[in-house]
Write a protein that binds this ligand. Structure first.
Ligand SMILES: Cc1cc2nc3c(=O)[nH]c(=O)nc-3n(C[C@H](O)[C@H](O)[C@H](O)COP(=O)(O)OP(=O)(O)OC[C@H]3O[C@@H](n4cnc5c(N)ncnc54)[C@H](O)[C@@H]3O)c2cc1C
Length: 395
């Protein structure tokens, strides 16, 4: 019999193999630990049950408000490296709660911060930052996915001081319960995609939960219909006048999704390593078998190489010089590594890897949505390919 191993006292118990956290300031490291403690206490213990029931834990919202997590870079002055590590930690605890935060903070708040006028920001941001108003981001449509930039079918028609919106949106996260949703619609006058802040209580707006998902089940994704929805002109985002404007937001949020791929791999590593050390077969821990160690090391290598890429990209972001194709490569690369890592993790758990009770099945399944949203793996690859060849292979 081998003696019991105390995982918490193993080297690299936190998975930070190359001490990336040492790049943070002392204040940032202390704050990261505060977030980690919150996630350990409030998120990870409820995550599997919520996922199984496909139910969002509304009680987490006031707790997140108290933790004060919205807009760490623009509002709170933290670095992008810190913000990325925090987002990875959220994902490591639960990819669905991370996605809730990613939608409200990255896509929704990021759009308001980037594209609203100063007057609009002053009116809206306080409630957005404090999570009194929850937001959603409505871009994708039933018929417009990867090609939504040119393929937005939802229309906006100016009518005096108002706009009239008609159309449909699909996959919109948080939209079954959000107070506000940003709707991107094509102005019939100039054919440009513009952004509108819509109160979800407005007549003509309907959101239906998408059921039967196999990934990110806790996230409430909606099909939205818009039937002659009236939006006053002061709720049109002043700076959202073409898809190029929308893309300014997506460039940043794509980084957030790549950080999710880091967190997802750390989650797979945490769960697989613990299982491999604790589970015995042939009278020995699984971790004593060379092939199992090889799989654990592959997960670790994938996770830390993804982390290294993201840390450098976040530094470029902090310097204000990160390019679109650098974030598309990061999203494509880290999510591909993630898919390998979660499959290896699932394999290490054997049969227990396909029941959510052991977390790994949830981690494995959630990776699929991360792989496909915010620009699929293929589309991000093609945007990068266009940058390095000067030739577009997208259409
Ligand atoms: C869980 C989840 C949450 C989401 N949340 C939101 C949200 O909050 N707001 C929002 O607006 N959207 C959201 N989305 C939508 C998401 O961004 C889209 O699913 C994504 O952009 C892909 O679009 P699609 O699903 O229509 O796939 P499609 O565009 O139909 O693509 C299908 C397949 O074809 C491939 N493909 C398409 N075009 C090309 C090409 N030119 N070359 C090669 N391959 C190609 C794709 O890579 C993919 O493999 C979410 C999606 C999911 C799954």
């Amino acid at each position: 019999m081998s003696k019991a191993i105390d995982l918490n006292n193993l080297p690299y118990a936190d998975g930070d193999f190359y001490s990336f956290e040492h790049l943070l300031s002392d204040a940032e490291r202390a704050r990261l630990q505060e977030v980690r403690d919150f996630l350990t206490k409030e998120v990870r213990p409820i995550a599997v049950d919520c996922w199984n029931r496909a139910d969002f834990p509304m009680e987490i919202i006031p707790k997140l408000a108290e933790l004060d997590v919205v807009s760490p870079v623009r509002r709170q002055g933290y670095s992008n490296v810190f913000a990325g590590m925090v987002h990875a930690e959220f994902t490591r605890a639960d990819a669905s709660i991370a996605t809730f935060v990613g939608v409200h903070d990255g896509l929704f708040t990021g759009s308001v911060e980037e594209l609203a006028s100063e007057e609009q920001k002053a009116a809206w941001l306080p409630d957005i930052y404090s999570l009194k108003k929850i937001g959603a981001f409505g871009l994708t449509e039933p018929l417009g996915g990867s090609d939504v930039a040119g393929g937005t079918r939802t229309t906006a028609q100016r009518d005096g001081d108002n706009w009239i919106l008609n159309g449909a949106k699909r996959w919109i996260g948080n939209a079954t319960f959000s107070d506000w949703v940003l709707i991107f619609a094509r102005d019939v006058a100039d054919n440009q995609v513009k952004g509108f802040l819509l109160d979800t209580k407005t007549e003509g707006y309907a959101a239906t939960k998408i059921e039967n998902k196999i990934s990110l089940r806790t996230v409430q994704n909606a099909d939205i219909t818009l039937t002659n929805v009236v939006v006053p002109d002061e709720f049109k985002l002043a700076g959202a006048n073409s898809f190029r404007d929308t893309n300014k937001v997506l460039k940043v949020t794509r980084l957030g999704v790549a950080w999710q791929a880091v967190g997802q791999q750390l989650a797979a590593f945490d769960v697989a390593r613990r299982y491999a050390v604790e589970r015995q077969q042939f009278g020995r821990p699984l971790a004593s078998f060379q092939l199992v160690q090889d799989q654990l090391v592959q997960i670790l290598g994938n996770a830390v190489s993804s982390m290294g890429m993201m840390v450098r990209l976040a530094q470029l972001e902090d310097e204000g010089v990160a390019k679109d194709e650098q974030s598309t490569l990061a999203k494509a690369f880290t999510t591909a590594r993630m898919r390998e890592s979660v499959a290896l993790g699932r394999s290490i758990l054997g049969g227990n890897g396909i029941v959510t009770d052991y977390e790994m099945a949830k981690i494995f399944a959630d990776a699929e949505a991360i792989y496909s949203y915010e620009g699929t793996h293929e589309v991000n690859t093609l945007v990068t390919g266009r940058a390095i060849t000067g030739i577009s292979a997208i259409v």
